[in-house]
Design a protein around this ligand. Structure first.
Ligand SMILES: Nc1nc2c(ncn2[C@@H]2O[C@H](COP(=O)(O)OP(=O)(O)OP(=O)(O)O)[C@@H](O)[C@H]2O)c(=O)[nH]1
Ligand SMILES: [Mg+2]
Length: 229
C-alpha cells in the first residue's frame, strides 16, 4: 500500500524488480541510476556478495516535488534471485505497489523464469497481495545473447499477456527506461482507481510521468524525444 505522510506531504511508492537469478535486476537499477541526473534520484544502495549476487536487496529512490507541494518518493527495490533466498524475496515484496518481472531471454532459462513467476505469485499471496490486480510489467532482458526466445515468440506472448511486455539489454541501457515507464504508468492507473490519486494529490498521469522522466537522459538510452508516451 502506498504510504502517505500527511504532515510532510510525502508519498512513498514501492516498486519491486523480481525475477530469477542473474536475469539482470540489479543491472536494471544500475542503468536507471546512470541515466538519471542527481536531482531526480538518490544513492543506489546495493548489498551483494563478492561475486555480485544480491544478498538482500538493492534500493534506488527517485524523487520529485509537485506544484501543489507534494513530495513523491519512488523506491525501486530488487530481490535476490538465487533459489535459497525465497524468504528474503517475500520480505522485500511486502507492501509493493507494483512489480517489474525481469525474465532472462535465453531459452535455457525458461524454467527458471517460470519457477520465479510462480514463486512471485505465491509470495504476493502470502503478503496479502493479489497478483491478479498487482500492477505488473514483464521485461525480457539479455536480447544481445544467442539462443534466446525470438522476437516473434515475444510478439505472440504480448498478444496473449495481460501484463505489458518489454524487451531489454540492461547492460547497454536499452529498454530499461521503457520498462520503468510502463511500470510507473500501470502503478499510477491502479493507485488512481484505488485511492483517487489524481484528485487527492492533484496530479494526473501525464504530469506524474513527466515529472519523473524529466530527470532521465532519454537520449543516452536511445529514446527520441516524445517517444516515452
Ligand atoms: N549479455 C548480457 N548480460 C547481462 C544483461 N543484463 C545483465 N547481464 C549480466 O548478467 C549478470 C547478472 O546480472 P545482475 O543484474 O547481477 O542479475 P540479478 O538479476 O541482479 O542477479 P541476482 O542478484 O543473483 O538475482 C551480470 O554479469 C550482468 O552483467 C544483458 O542485457 N545482456
Ligand atoms: Mg541482483
Amino acid at each position: 500500500m502506498v504510504q502517505f505522510n500527511i504532515n510532510q506531504r510525502e508519498i512513498v511508492v514501492k516498486l519491486v524488480y523480481y525475477g530469477p537469478a542473474l536475469s539482470g535486476k540489479t543491472t536494471n537499477l544500475q542503468s536507471i541510476y546512470a541515466l538519471f541526473n542527481a536531482e531526480g534520484r538518490g544513492r543506489l544502495m546495493t548489498l551483494d556478495t563478492a561475486d555480485d549476487r544480491t544478498l538482500f536487496f538493492d534500493l534506488l529512490p527517485l524523487f520529485f516535488k509537485t506544484k501543489a507541494g507534494y513530495k513523491f518518493k519512488i523506491k525501486l527495490y530488487t530481490v535476490p534471485g538465487q533459489v535459497m533466498h525465497n524468504s528474503t524475496r517475500r520480505l522485500v515484496l511486502a507492501g509493493a505497489d507494483g512489480v517489474a518481472f525481469i525474465a532472462d531471454s535465453q531459452r535455457s532459462e525458461s524454467k527458471a523464469n517460470n519457477d520465479a513467476w510462480h514463486g512471485m505469485v505465491e509470495n504476493l499471496q502470502q503478503n496479502g497481495l493479489d497478483s491478479k490486480t498487482m500492477p505488473t510489467v514483464i521485461q525480457f532482458n539479455k536480447r544481445d545473447l544467442v539462443d534466446i526466445r525470438s522476437d516473434e515468440e515475444i510478439a505472440e506472448m504480448r498478444g496473449k499477456s495481460r501484463e505489458p511486455i518489454f524487451t531489454a539489454i540492461a547492460t547497454q541501457k536499452v529498454g530499461v527506461l521503457e520498462t520503468l515507464h510502463g511500470l510507473l504508468r500501470e502503478t499510477y492507473r491502479h493507485l488512481d482507481r484505488q485511492e483517487g490519486f489524481e484528485r487527492k494529490f492533484e496530479i494526473n498521469e501525464k504530469e506524474f510521468l513527466r515529472q519523473i522522466f524529466v530527470n532521465a537522459n532519454t537520449a543516452a538510452a536511445g529514446i527520441r524525444f516524445g517517444e516515452l508516451e
